[in-house]
Design a protein around this ligand. Structure first.
Ligand SMILES: Nc1ncnc2c1ncn2[C@@H]1O[C@H](COP(=O)(O)OP(=O)(O)OP(=O)(O)O)[C@@H](O)[C@H]1O
Length: 627
């Protein structure tokens, strides 16, 4: 079946690749337009250009010419990609080197492409993305060329105050010492490894050194993640003597997004951000473009803390910057201050508990990168499963799933008894609390179980499974639930940011019965007895349902959307093994949403395919460029 829209003007090889679903019509159009404007007629260059556009569309920053045949098509397509008329890579490279479209070439009125030689082969860029990568590379190199001046003795006592004495290697203490002594720090770690805990203490240490005048900018790529960061930091602010009014915002807001303006952001290379320290949480979801905008806008003497889990799903836009920053070639040197503060931790030998740093990790400290590894929220088999998925060990994953652990279970696609029970039981708890107006309990109830899907549509998609789950609930409650009419216990998902009502894309909530006195209030009309409750720290945030514009009923959710949330039990409904969405990063993200139990529904072949398929995101940041 052909699923791609076919570009009418495409001819020859482009048309064949377009019809096969490898290229979208838009890729073909862009390639044809550039070739027309730039005076290029070579089919090989046209194909490479269209593949470079496609690469960016699917999350890569550039096209890796050594791997340009590694493309996946829609899983419903029956086309054999290998049978397409792929040109020889040497011919494509030679044609590109001659092309008037390439920057550095002699001719050409328009040169939007760039060929970049790296230690691992040639990359083809749309120049704009190359410039963004260069910006990131240059800013990071400049920032690592100098270090903040610190009072080592004062810092040492602050580290002891916040992280205890140095009797055993402690990655959190190392991260804090690193952040205090370098301008740019990357704190990587899986869920619950204490990233936010550490960041809050780093801020406390910096406040202790500089006083309350320290200007702190807290940001995250999404409104929901920003709200979580703010809550988490403010919960600890009294204990840590942090300024009580710290607020977090989206990266767009931090940079001063100006719709319609040519410069786009108020803060940029010519007008730097007014902070002494900038913290970005959930950095795995930051795109290349946003990272370059952020780094160009920070002052050289602003500390930058990039925090996140590099193994999780990335932004839908091009780039996997956090993973790249963790893996990029090491630059910089260890400062004497760091060595004197945590030399004891660094000297500790490697040990199986992952407390001490490996030689590679010690080396990466020079680039300001540290990974927290000890799960504080969950441990045992869920953590083992996440590690096996992360490491691509499908045998270990299947062994763990098939073992006797009470934290993991694995069911065939037809075995829905367990998930049905969890859906129905969760709805019963939520509904009972909602009917009695107990919003906190209803919201907590929502976290008992979540059904997660890879796809939005189709037989394995959220649409279908949300409907099925709703029918299960309706049947158990002896009613037919209608998502078009508010009802107590109705689980909600926000699908767009609304700064006015302070609810954000990805927030979940629940409809609850209002309190009795409200019902008697003549100012509140009948339907207002129902309220939409959202979690905001320890107190629920109540809104009239009519204030909600972009909202869905959520009995199932995509794994992408579940990022940043946790549930006691997670049921992951796997698609067919051929699905190109089914990747290691997707499985890892789904599994790490669970606190107590992970249930996987699908075939063994699907598990294997998911563990083995990695999101392919080509970029140059991890490589060494050749002049
Ligand atoms: N050193 C520590 N001592 C005691 N408790 C800790 C420590 N580090 C983290 N915790 C606790 O572990 C839990 C998880 O920590 P935290 O929320 O900081 O993790 P995280 O890595 O930011 O998680 P997520 O990725 O889900 O945001 C929190 O309850 C936190 O208070």
């Amino acid at each position: 079946m052909i699923t791609a829209t076919v570009a009418q003007r495409g001819k020859g090889v482009l048309r064949e690749f377009n019809e096969a679903g490898v290229l979208a019509a838009a890729d073909v159009h862009v390639a044809l337009r550039l070739a027309h404007l730039g005076g290029e007629a070579s089919e090989d260059v046209l194909l490479a250009t269209a593949l470079a556009v496609r690469a960016v569309r699917s999350g890569s920053v550039c096209l890796d010419l050594n791997r340009f045949r590694d493309v996946t098509v829609d899983d419903e397509s029956e086309v054999d990609v290998d049978a397409l008329p792929w040109p020889d890579v040497a011919d494509v490279t030679a044609a590109l080197r001659r092309s008037p479209l390439i920057i550095g070439g002699e001719r050409g009125p328009l040169r939007p492409l760039r060929l970049v030689e790296t230690d691992e082969g040639l990359l083809l860029y749309l120049d704009r993305y190359f410039l963004q990568e260069q910006m990131i590379r240059q800013v990071l190199d400049q920032r690592s060329a100098s270090h903040p001046e610190v009072d080592v003795d004062a810092l040492a006592s602050q580290l002891t105050l916040r992280f205890g004495d140095a009797s055993a290697p402690d990655r959190q203490r190392i991260a804090a010492a690193l952040a205090a002594t370098t301008w740019t720090t990357v704190i990587a770690g899986g869920p619950g490894t204490g990233k936010t805990h550490t960041v809050a203490r780093i801020l406390a240490i910096l406040v202790a050194a500089q006083g309350k005048s320290l200007r702190i900018g807290l940001a995250a790529p999404t409104g929901k993640a920003a709200a979580r960061l703010q809550e988490s930091v403010s919960e600890q602010s009294a204990e840590l003597s942090l300024p009580p009014d710290l607020s977090a915002m989206t990266l767009h807001r931090l940079l001063g997004w100006q719709p319609g303006s040519k410069s786009r952001f108020k803060y940029n290379a010519g007008n730097r951000l007014p902070y002494d320290v900038v913290v970005v949480d959930e950095t795995s979801m930051v795109s290349l473009t946003m990272m370059s905008r952020l780094l160009e806008a920070v002052r050289p003497d602003t500390r930058v803390l990039l925090v996140g889990d590099p193994d999780q799903l990335t932004s839908v836009d091009a780039g996997a910057v956090l993973a790249d920053l963790v893996a990029r070639p090491v630059t910089g040197s260890l400062t004497p201050a760091l060595t004197s503060l945590v030399g004891h931790d660094l000297d500790a030998a490697d040990d199986p508990d992952e407390k001490a740093l490996t030689a590679v990790e010690r080396d990466r400290l020079r680039s300001g990168v540290v990974r927290l590894s000890r799960g504080r929220r969950f441990g045992g088999e869920i953590a083992d499963l996440a590690v096996a998925v992360r490491d691509g060990d499908a045998d270990a994953v299947l062994r763990l799933l098939g073992g006797a652990s009470s934290n993991l279970s694995f069911h065939g696609p037809e075995d829905l008894v367990g998930v049905r029970k969890d859906v129905v039981d969760t709805a019963a708890v939520v509904t009972e609390a909602a009917l009695q107006g107990r919003a906190v309990e209803a919201l907590d109830g929502l976290e008992r179980h979540r059904l997660l899907c890879a796809h939005r549509d189709g037989p394995y998609g959220v649409q279908r499974w949300a409907r099925t789950a709703m029918e299960w609930v309706g049947e158990a409650q002896g009613t037919i639930l209608d998502p078009a009419r508010w009802y107590p216990g109705q689980p909600l998902l926000v699908t767009a940011n609304d700064h006015e009502t302070r609810i954000y894309n990805g927030d979940t909530g629940v409809i609850v019965q209002g309190e009795d006195e409200r019902a008697d209030d003549p100012a509140v009309p009948g339907p207002a007895r129902l309220w939409a409750a959202f979690q905001r720290g320890s107190t629920p945030f109540l809104l009239h349902p009519s204030q909600l514009s972009a909202i869905q009923t959520v009995y199932a959710m995509t794994i992408h959307r579940s990022q940043g949330s946790q549930y006691n039990t997670v049921t992951v409904l796997l698609p067919a093994e051929a699905s190109s969405l089914l990747t290691r990063e997707l499985l890892y993200t789904a599994i790490t949403r669970a606190r107590k139990h992970v249930r996987v529904i699908g075939t063994e072949a699907a598990v294997r395919a998911g563990v083995e398929r990695q999101v392919l995101r080509a970029s140059g940041l991890r490589r060494t460029l050749r002049e």
